[in-house]
Design a protein around this ligand. Structure first.
Ligand code: ATP
Ligand code: ZN
Ligand code: MG
Length: 353
């Protein structure tokens, strides 16, 4: 437990500041922030959010309809501008894919591996005995955890921490048929964070909409910047306060990754859209990432010219974005911009029919 605590401290943003160091705002919304500090408590009271565990929530209306509407705005923008191909992927991803992409070594602290009991009769028998033994009644949780640890094995799959690794894997060893390929998908993501505030800012299980670009260096670079402008326009249409700045990832801290953090910041490989939320805090709701040729290389993806492909991705945290929206506009649709209110009303009446 002590080791765990030290590890959590090491990787927490108190030690590796993800923001504030060298942060240069590159864009700022014209809207001032009006924040309702009781948003999270009101959501719980009204049953609009129900907690099922640390960083794990279920949601009710109109939060569900709001999240879908926001998602459809991002998806439509990607489809309109890049003809992005809609895809769906499983929540599990082969652990080998995360190893190949470098994720395993860079972010071990987030990972939640899929396991199951050893597939032998003896092992099942032992397990059943252990969980139904005399101690099981007193400390059910601890006994079951011990039994699971004693008898399980890694299955070679991990609960996916992001959506885009599926996209690279799908094209591994292939040659692209265009200078720019764009794919978009919405998926459940899992990250075991070192701590969870009493809010919807940081979740263990959350939903991401990703827009992925694969192609030549120029095409990917241009796509990321033009899409960034489009997202800023959407934020203004939504009447939200916020800004964008350069950022870096919460790499697991060692000598090798410390260098990565500075490279990422200096080369502006990552931008984040930051939205103010309750409690005087602000969160990254969208990240705009450039990976150079690192993933093209790792997955042997080539452009039509035979060059190693460059990649980039734009990732929307849907619960986070929607939470920032209700912190700023309130929980009742009557306080929302007309277009959002209409879309939410339409989806609710469709469901009511
Ligand atoms: P942060 O800076 O807040 O730690 P990140 O840089 O780790 O986020 P990315 O890896 O860029 O985030 O993920 C893309 C988006 O997914 C984020 O901008 C955010 O909106 C969302 N996201 C990431 N982690 C979480 C989480 N634990 N809970 C909810 N949303 C998350
Ligand atoms: Zn991504
Ligand atoms: Mg970040």
């Amino acid at each position: 437990a002590k080791m765990q605590h030290m590890l959590d401290r090491l990787v927490s943003d108190e030690i590796v500041p993800q923001r504030s160091v060298m942060a240069q705002p590159i864009w700022r919304s014209g809207y001032p922030a009006t924040i309702r500090d009781d948003t999270f408590d009101s959501m719980l009271e009204q049953g609009m959010a129900t907690q099922s565990g640390e960083g794990q929530f279920g949601f009710g209306e109109p939060f569900i309809a709001l999240t879908s509407h926001l998602d459809s705005l991002f998806q439509a923008a990607a489809q309109r501008s890049f003809g992005a191909l809609e895809q769906q992927y499983p929540s599990l991803i082969p652990t080998e894919v995360l190893a190949r992409s470098g994720y395993l070594a860079s972010f071990p602290q987030f990972l939640v591996f899929a396991g199951r009991l050893h597939g032998e009769l003896d092992s099942y028998k032992d397990f059943v005995e252990q969980v139904s033994g005399p101690t099981a009644a007193e400390d059910a949780g601890a006994t079951v955890s011990r039994a699971v640890a004693d008898h399980s094995t890694h299955l070679g799959y991990t609960l996916s921490p992001a959506v885009c690794y599926h996209v690279y894997e799908q094209r591994a060893g292939k040659c692209l048929d265009a200078d720019l390929v764009s794919v978009t998908a919405r998926g459940r993501c899992f990250r075991h964070e070192s701590r969870y505030h009493r809010s919807l800012e940081r979740l263990w299980e959350f939903t991401m909409r990703e827009v992925v670009f694969i192609g030549s260096d120029d095409h990917v670079t241009d796509a990321r910047s033009s899409f960034m402008r489009e997202v800023f326009a959407i934020v203004e249409e939504l009447g939200l306060a916020g800004h964008a700045e350069t950022a870096s990832d919460p790499f697991f801290c060692n000598a090798r990754t410390a260098e990565k953090i500075w490279t990422q910041r200096l080369m502006q490989l990552k931008y984040e859209l930051i939205l103010p939320v309750a409690g005087g805090r602000s969160v990254a709701a969208v990240s705009f990432n450039a990976h150079g040729s690192a993933l093209g290389e790792a997955f042997s993806i080539r452009t039509p010219d035979g060059e190693i492909a460059h990649t980039g991705c734009v990732a929307f945290g849907l619960e986070r974005f929607a939470y920032a929206f209700v912190c700023q506009h309130g929980l009742h649709p009557s306080g929302w911009p007309v277009s959002v209110r209409n879309s939410v009303a339409a989806s609710q009446s469709r469901r009511g029919e």
